[in-house]
Design a protein around this ligand. Structure first.
Ligand code: NAP
Ligand code: F7E
Length: 329
C-alpha cells in the first residue's frame, strides 16, 4: 500500500488532498502542529478525520519532521504547510520565513537523511510572480515577489529545484495560482465575500469592508488543484508546473457574482477600507497552464461562477446552522 505524509493537512488543500489520496487507496498521515484549539474542522467537514493518522510536529522543528518520516515511512511527501496569508507576512515576516522558507529545507533534509527515494511535492505559488514580468505567467516567466510571503516561497521553490539537481531526488514544485473552496480560510478575499453575502442575506451583517477590489486573480477550485499535485508525484521525474485556469477576474467582479447569486447588489454593501490595502500589491495574475494540461493531462474543471456559488451555498448553510443553534432549534 502506498503511504503519503501531508504537512498542512488541517489546511484547505491538505484536507482535499487527504480525501483524494484516501480515495486512491493510500495510507494517509498528516503532520499536525500543536495549537491551543482544535484545528481539524476541515477533516470533519469532509468526514475523513478518523481515516487519517495525525502525527504531531512543526515545520520549524527538524527533529519532529525526522520522527514523522520514521513513523509514517511514506512513499510520497506533500509539503503544504505554510504561513500562507500574504497580509500576515508583513506583520510576521520572520515567522513566515521560518515556516514557509526554512521549513522546506528542514523537510527536504529530513527526507534526504531518512529516505531520499521519497517523492516530494512543494506548494509553490503564483505570488512568486508578484510584479508580473509577462502578461501570462508560465514556468519560464521571471519571478518578482512583492511580499515577505512571496519571497519565502521563492526560497522554497528554488531549494526544491536544487535538491532535484544536486541529489537526483524526485522533487516537484507546483506553482499554483489562487484556488478556493468552501474550506477556504475566512481571511482570504473570496471566502470573506461569500461569508459576508450569506450573512447580509440573512440579516446578520450590514456591510462588507474590503481593500483593493480592482486586483485581478486567476481563481480555480481547490478540489481540482489537488489532483494536479498528485499527478506531479506520479511522473517519472520531478518537475515544475504552473496550475491555473488561464482566466483572470477582478475582486469587484467576484463580489458581483456572489451577491447577485443572492439577488443583492454588492455596491450597496461594499465599503472600501484602507486598512485592507497592502504595502505592496500584486495587481494582476494570469497563469498559463499549458504544460500541466499537456504533460500531466490535467484540466481545471470548475468555472469561477460555479465555484463562487458553491461557496455561497456552503456559507448560507453555515449561517442557518449558526442561527438555529442560537435559537436553540
Ligand atoms: P492554509 O489553509 O493556510 O493551510 C496551511 C497549513 O499549514 C495548515 O494546516 C497549518 O496548520 C499548517 N501550518 C502552518 N504553520 C505550520 C507549522 N509551523 N508547522 C506545521 N504546520 C503548519 O493553506 P492552503 O490554502 O491549504 O494552501 C496550502 C499550501 O499551498 C500553502 O503552502 C500555501 O502557501 C500554498 N498555496 C496556496 C494557494 C491557494 O490559493 N490556496 C496558492 C498557491 C500556493 P494550522 O491549521 O495549525 O494553522
Ligand atoms: O487576496 C485583494 C488583495 O488574500 C486576493 C493565498 O492563498 O493566493 C492567496 O494569496 C486579492 C489581493 O489572496 C481584500 O489585496 C481586497 O490582491 O484572497 P487573498 P492572495 O493574497 O492572492 C496565493 C496564490 C497564495 O499563495 C496565498 O497563500 O484580494 N483584497 N480586499 C483583499 N484580500 C483580503 N484577504 N481581504 C480583503 O479585504
Amino acid at each position: 500500500m502506498k503511504a503519503a505524509l501531508i504537512t498542512g493537512i488541517t489546511g484547505q488543500d491538505g484536507a482535499y488532498l487527504a480525501r483524494l489520496l484516501l480515495n486512491k487507496g493510500y495510507k494517509v498521515y498528516g503532520l499536525i502542529a500543536r495549537r491551543s484549539t482544535d484545528t481539524t474542522w476541515r477533516l470533519d467537514y469532509l468526514n475523513i478525520k478518523n481515516e487519517v493518522d495525525l502525527i504531531e510536529g512543526d515545520m520549524t522543528d527538524l527533529s519532529s519532521l525526522i520522527r514523522a518520516l520514521n513513523f509514517s515511512k511514506p512513499t510520497e511527501v506533500y509539503n503544504l504547510a505554510a504561513q500562507s496569508f500574504v497580509g500576515t507576512s508583513w506583520e510576521q515576516p520572520v515567522l513566515t520565513a521560518n515556516v514557509t522558507a526554512v521549513g522546506v529545507v528542514n523537510l527536504l533534509e529530513a527526507i534526504r537523511l531518512t529516505n531520499p527515494a521519497i517523492r516530494f511535492y512543494q506548494a509553490s505559488t503564483s505570488e512568486m510572480f508578484g510584479l508580473i514580468q509577462e502578461p501570462m505567467q508560465s514556468e519560464s516567466t521571471p519571478f518578482y515577489p512583492r511580499s515577505p510571503y512571496g519571497v519565502a516561497k521563492l526560497y522554497g521553490h528554488w531549494i526544491t529545484v536544487n535538491y532535484r539537481e544536486s541529489f537526483g531526488m524526485h522533487t516537484s514544485s507546483g506553482i499554483l495560482f489562487n484556488h478556493e473552496s468552501p474550506l477556504r480560510g475566512i481571511e482570504f478575499v473570496t471566502r470573506k465575500v461569500t461569508d459576508a453575502a450569506a450573512r447580509i442575506k440573512s440579516g446578520l451583517q450590514s456591510e462588507l469592508r474590503l481593500g483593493n477590489i480592482d486586483a485581478k486573480r486567476d481563481w480555480g477550485f481547490a478540489g481540482d488543484y489537488v489532483e494536479a499535485m498528485w499527478l506531479m508525484t506520479q511522473q517519472e521525474v520531478g518537475d515544475d508546473y504552473v496550475v491555473a485556469t488561464g482566466k483572470t477576474t477582478t475582486v469587484r467582479e467576484m463580489c458581483d457574482i456572489a451577491f447577485s447569486y443572492l439577488d443583492l447588489d454588492y455596491q450597496d454593501y461594499v465599503v472600501i477600507d484602507p486598512k485592507f490595502y497592502r504595502p505592496a500589491e500584486v495587481e494582476v495574475l494570469l497563469g498559463d497552464p499549458t504544460k500541466a494540461i499537456t504533460k500531466l493531462n490535467w484540466e481545471p474543471e470548475t468555472s469561477l461562477n460555479d465555484l463562487v456559488r458553491m461557496m455561497v451555498d456552503a456559507d448560507l448553510q453555515r449561517v442557518k446552522q449558526e442561527v438555529s443553534l442560537v435559537a436553540g432549534v
